[in-house]
Design a protein around this ligand. Structure first.
Ligand code: SF4
Length: 271
């Protein structure tokens, strides 16, 4: 497929202003194949990917690999500084760079949210997030998931994702692990504040509000009675035991069935 493709499309991890170089970091090799074999390369990048100088790059490469996969350096680090020159054995004959704004300038103008543009997409905050680890990336509905996705997505994709900042415990694990020290909980609170004051993209809670309110009322009633919770957990553990395998339920009926459509549910442990 790569050998016969006429055009390759890639992302960009860093773009160096000083040299005009696009840097593509990956472990699989598909980025290198896409950017060297086809005659035409189209590279898509957000405007925040630009860094000033080549000398700045080693530091970014090091922290990106270390915090995303624990490597010293990723397997492939590609540098593309233009079309193939006379004498080059491979590389595209045409290179097109598409720089996307899509709400990034507005984030830059917001003194609190601009910090989110420092993100290297290392994924460390996703790996430590207790919410992401339970629900998985698909539940966010867009390509940017996890804690940083809950900040970036409402600004890039608008009201369809405006409820994401509310799906967080604000535990702060994301802020602690982030290699560029982005204060994610602060920004989540800022987005919640913007929504509550009507400054943010409007959140449509109407579809689930009646169910959510009833669920919260039930939770509030039960949460004040630890002994009742203990009894319910024991009864729950006994009831689900025939349906659980290795501590997880593959399918549950009723209002929770959407959960098990894409992931397993941890069976109650009884205590
Ligand atoms: S916010 Fe920080 S930890 Fe999360 S992906 Fe971006 S750089 Fe990595």
């Amino acid at each position: 497929m790569f050998l016969s493709a006429e055009m390759g499309i890639t992302g960009v991890n860093f773009a160096i202003a000083e040299t005009g170089t696009l840097v593509l970091v990956e472990n699989e090799g598909n980025g290198r194949l896409s950017s060297t074999l086809p005659e035409t390369l189209v590279a898509l990048m957000g405007i925040e990917k630009v860094i000033p100088k080549l000398n700045d790059l080693p530091h970014f490469l090091e922290i990106l690999a270390r915090t995303s996969t624990g490597q010293k350096l990723t397997c492939y680090t590609n540098f593309i500084s233009g079309p193939r020159r006379n004498g080059d054995i491979d590389g595209p004959r045409e290179v097109h760079v598409v720089m996307l704004d899509n709400g990034r300038s507005a984030m830059l103008a917001d003194p609190v949210l601009r910090e989110a543009l420092y993100c290297l997409r290392c994924g460390a905050c996703l790996n430590v997030c207790p919410v992401y680890r339970r629900i998985g990336g698909h539940a966010y509905g867009v390509s940017y998931s996890g804690p940083i996705g809950s900040i970036v997505s409402p600004n890039l994709f608008g009201s369809a994702t405006a409820q994401l900042p509310f799906a967080s415990t604000l535990c702060g694990a994301c802020r602690d692990i982030c290699p560029v020290k982005i204060d994610i909980p602060r920004m989540l609170l800022h987005l919640r504040w913007k929504e509550s004051t009507g400054e943010g993209a409007p959140v449509d809670f109407s579809r689930d509000s009646a169910r959510a309110r009833a669920g919260m009322r039930l939770f509030a009633a039960v949460a004040g009675w630890p002994s009742l919770i203990r009894i319910m957990l024991r009864i729950g553990a006994l009831l689900v035991r025939p349906f659980a395998r290795e501590g997880y339920m593959r399918w549950i009926p009723g209002p929770f069935k959407s959960w098990t459509r894409g992931r397993d549910f941890p069976a109650p442990r009884g205590r």
